[in-house]
Design a protein around this ligand. Structure first.
Ligand SMILES: [Fe+2]
Ligand SMILES: [Fe+2]
Length: 361
């Protein structure tokens, strides 16, 4: 049985000082380097005391688990609205089919079908309440052939969520979703043998593939507003200038391109690509935090990770040492290392670099 946070013997968890929140309660006296007491046991933390502990360089301390669990539940609270997963999935599947027809039309040299684009954008905007289903859907993308179609729908859904968290205006959100839906439409003009190739691309093939933002821009530019076509053109640009096709840097990129870049990376990393095995979302958080450092906008990335990580509070997980548990609290310093409740007690992964989450159920 998992330890119950409400049991008479109060469970404790060691938390990094940066993860402390007002309302948590010390489970042991907190001492400074010379052994003097800074806070007694059973002391409820407030912002002032937390700031003081951080200022004094206290690395971590024991708090009672009950308040940590409660704080975790609060983190997770916004994830429970929305329609049933089956209804959501059916709507996504219909959108993927619609998108597929539109994509194939462009592959055959046709122009952008504006009516279908409008329908797709409307459908995605309608799903703004289904955040939990959006994450599930994004993580379950399989099928090799369907990859581009599902990917574009999933990037639209993720962009919609992230745009909402960034407090974008409704009109800008609509443009963002339109750009997200069309961001890889230029792949319709990339030779099929390259687009669907199993295994890594050769240098020449990769060069062809990298033309897709420009190809897409030319397909849509006379049909959509400039902010949409510009976002499509720049979705592979990176903050440090290492992206393509223009090599733009942070200050040349609009917020829509920054959001698209993050949604695109998340979707690509979580999907079961032809040449890479499916990876756990916590590994994706780690990769996005570390590998994308300097390449993705740090503020937008933090908003994204903070919000999406909370979806995993309460999820069952498997740790790399084989122990099963439940995520109870997200550490804002590193979203890939939450506090996990296991049958052997509470584990704060932030302080345990040799242990991590290998699977989520
Ligand atoms: Fe792309
Ligand atoms: Fe993409």
């Amino acid at each position: 049985m998992l330890p119950d946070e409400g049991s008479r013997k109060r469970n404790k968890v060691r938390l990094a000082t940066e993860a402390l929140q007002p309302g948590m309660v010390t489970a042991e006296p907190v001492l400074n380097a010379s052994g003097a007491v800074i806070a007694w046991q059973d002391r409820e933390l407030d912002e002032m005391l937390i700031a003081r502990l951080q200022g004094m360089g206290i690395g971590n301390l024991m708090v009672y688990a009950r308040e940590v669990v409660a704080a975790g539940r609060e983190q997770a609270v916004e994830w429970h609205a929305g329609k049933s997963p089956e209804v959501f999935r059916r709507q996504c599947e219909a959108d993927v089919d619609r998108f597929k027809d539109m994509f194939l039309h462009i592959s055959n040299g046709g122009a952008l079908d504006l009516e279908t684009t409008d329908l797709l954008v409307e459908s995605v905007l309608d799903m703004s309440q289904d955040k939990g289903s959006i994450v599930d859907y994004t993580l379950q993308i399989r099928g090799v052939d369907a990859y581009t179609y599902e990917h574009c729908v999933s990037v639209s859904l993720i962009s919609l969520m992230l745009g909402g968290w960034m407090r974008m205006q409704e009109e800008d959100l609509e443009s963002l979703v339109r750009a997200a839906m069309l961001h890889d439409i230029g792949k319709g003009r990339v030779p099929l043998n390259i687009l669907n190739k199993e295994g890594p691309l050769t240098e020449r093939e990769y060069k062809e593939m990298k033309k897709h933002p420009e190809l897409g821009y030319h397909v849509i530019k006379s049909e959509v507003k400039p902010d949409v076509s510009f976002a499509v053109l720049t979705h592979h640009e990176r903050e440090d200038g290492s992206g393509y096709p223009l090599g733009f840097r942070a200050d040349q990129l609009r917020i829509s391109a920054k959001i698209l870049a993050i949604a695109d990376v998340f979707s690509a990393m979580t999907a079961n690509r032809v040449y890479r095995k499916h990876v756990s979302p916590f590994r994706v958080f780690e990769l996005m935090q570390n590998d994308s450092f300097g390449r993705l906008d740090p503020i937008v990335l933090d908003v994204f990770l903070k919000n999406i990580a909370h979806y995993y509070v309460d999820k069952s997980v498997l740790l790399t040492d084989g122990l099963k548990g439940k995520v109870i609290f997200m550490n804002a310093q590193d979203y890939s290392r939450p506090v996990v409740q296991t049958e052997r007690g509470f584990v704060d992964l932030l302080g345990m670099k040799n242990l991590s989450i290998s699977e989520v159920f």
